[in-house]
Design a protein around this ligand. Structure first.
Ligand SMILES: Cc1cc2nc3c(=O)[nH]c(=O)nc-3n(C[C@H](O)[C@H](O)[C@H](O)COP(=O)(O)OP(=O)(O)OC[C@H]3O[C@@H](n4cnc5c(N)ncnc54)[C@H](O)[C@@H]3O)c2cc1C
Length: 423
């Protein structure tokens, strides 16, 4: 008899694991506590906006190979849109400067030798000061490796690292920063073309995965929280959900793909990250100016230096703003935040109209803090119980908490589960 895989948590890590196993003919049963799948990467109907919005803008890069494989598997590879080449536009409120970075495609970064393609005011040699991050030790902070605090730091590297790590780059792990550089900037523009889910996160990452599982007789139980699990000396024995106890048979496996705090409650003695950083997203119900949309219809994207808004995304029906590492502002009242962020949007995009209908989405525990201390608390996918595996962006993936990390963690847990099942 073939075994069954219970996947607890229907975020990206859980869906990655589940679709991976289902693609190999293994029966999967996804147990998700919320009323919808997606976890921290979700879309929902918002009454204030009068339409479906994402909890936050999620950017992935063309070099995120696990994301590409996942989308290919679930039949959604065309649901990500973006420019044909890596291109990033910025405005600096400090001096009103505007520029667009135009990296070349290949790994030899000759774009940094071109004044018109690199960050204004920087020198070619500035860029190479970041290379040592790629071989930094696990205990090292970024500020111990990178001493450059000039225009390159202010206008590119700090915003880039803050967005990817969701943690003040100064205190962040040099190892995690180096992993990002190795997989993106160091490999050339073809590896960091920005990609955005269109029209929504759910349409790209979530709904096709649920459909994929259902088409393969997988169960996706929504609104079903795992309350506890019985752990024997070597194996997980039962899963306790609302009004049932599910036996974990000798040929079954369990993948726990819940956030770290939930995993720590379920598995005694598990060490997990316990310090988190916030993200604030502001959504405004106004079509982006036509000039801000890209030629191929993809959303426009603008980095803001010196504002509260950090990244502005322009869609055909809305303008959305992301503020990462937002702990200093997350407790401000929502109206104040909307007004403050709208002022930045209006200035950056030259909009004179009054603030339209808006929504503020606060995620206080958006990601674990990407510091060396927190990175050291990330467990591997295996546990002390041979049929129980962990997945999630907080598992030791070698990356900060990102979609790519979450999807990779699911693939790792699935491979271990498959090996355990002997399939
Ligand atoms: C606002 C915001 C913006 C972001 N922007 C980006 C970005 O631009 N690029 C990027 O790469 N990443 C971004 N991220 C990070 C990315 O969203 C996460 O890394 C990823 O979604 C994590 O997926 P996960 O499956 O590991 O965890 P989660 O999404 O947290 O999934 C865990 C699931 O487990 C469920 N669960 C919890 N407890 C139980 C229980 N007891 N029983 C059953 N189910 C349970 C939860 O409901 C949830 O669905 C962003 C995150 C946020 C919040």
């Amino acid at each position: 008899m073939t075994g069954k895989a219970y996947i607890v948590g229907g975020g990206l890590a859980g869906l990655s694991a589940a679709t991976h196993l289902a693609s190999r003919g293994i029966a999967v049963d996804v147990i998700e506590g919320a009323g919808q799948a997606g976890g921290r990467c979700r879309s929902y109907f918002d009454a204030a906006m009068g339409g479906v919005i994402d909890n936050g803008n999620h950017l992935v890069l063309s070099g995120n190979h696990a994301v590409a494989a996942y989308l290919e598997r679930i039949g959604a590879k065309d649901a990500l849109v973006g420019p044909p080449h890596a291109e990033f536009s910025f405005v600096d409120f400090g001096n009103g400067g505007r520029w667009t970075l135009r990296p070349n495609e290949g790994p030899l970064p000759y774009w940094v030798a071109s004044r018109s393609r690199r960050v204004p005011g920087t020198h070619t040699t500035d860029y190479f000061q970041y290379a040592p991050l790629m071989w930094a030790g696990a205990q090292t902070r970024v500020d111990a490796v990178v001493k450059e605090r000039g225009l390159l730091w202010q206008r590119l590297m700090r915003p880039f690292l803050l967005a990817a790590l969701n943690t003040a780059p100064e205190e962040s792990s040099a190892k995690l920063s180096g992993a990002l550089l190795r997989e993106t900037l160091a490999r050339g523009g073809s590896h960091y073309r920005p990609r955005i889910a269109h029209p929504t996160l759910a349409a790209a990452f979530i709904d096709p995965a649920v459909k994929y599982l259902e088409q393969r007789n997988g169960a996706v139980r929504l609104g079903t929280r795992l309350r506890g699990l019985t752990l024997g000396p070597r194996e997980a024995m039962t899963l306790d959900i609302a009004d049932a106890t599910l036996p974990v048979g000798p040929r079954d496996v369990v993948i726990l793909a819940v956030p770290p705090w939930a995993a720590a409650d379920l598995i005694p003695g598990l060490t997990v990250p316990d310090d988190f950083r916030a993200i604030v997203n502001a959504h405004f119900k106004m079509p982006a100016p036509a000039s801000f949309l890209q030629a191929n219809g993809a959303p426009g994207m603008l980095g803001v230096i010196g504002g509260t808004a950090e990244w502005i995304f322009g869609f055909e029906d809305r303008i959305s703003v992301t503020v990462s590492g937002a702990d200093a502002i997350v407790d401000q009242d929502r109206e104040t935040l909307a007004t403050r962020i709208w002022a930045d949007v209006a200035r950056a995009l030259d909009i004179t109209a009054p603030m339209p209908a808006w929504q503020i989405v606060k995620e206080k525990r958006a990601t674990f803090a990407a510091t060396p201390q927190q990175d050291a608390r990330r467990p591997g996918a295996q546990t002390g119980w041979r049929n129980l595996f962990l997945a999630g962006d907080w598992i030791q993936t070698g990356l900060p908490a990102t979609i790519e990390g979450a999807v990779r963690s699911g693939a790792t847990a699935a491979a271990l589960a498959q090996a355990h099942l002997g399939l």
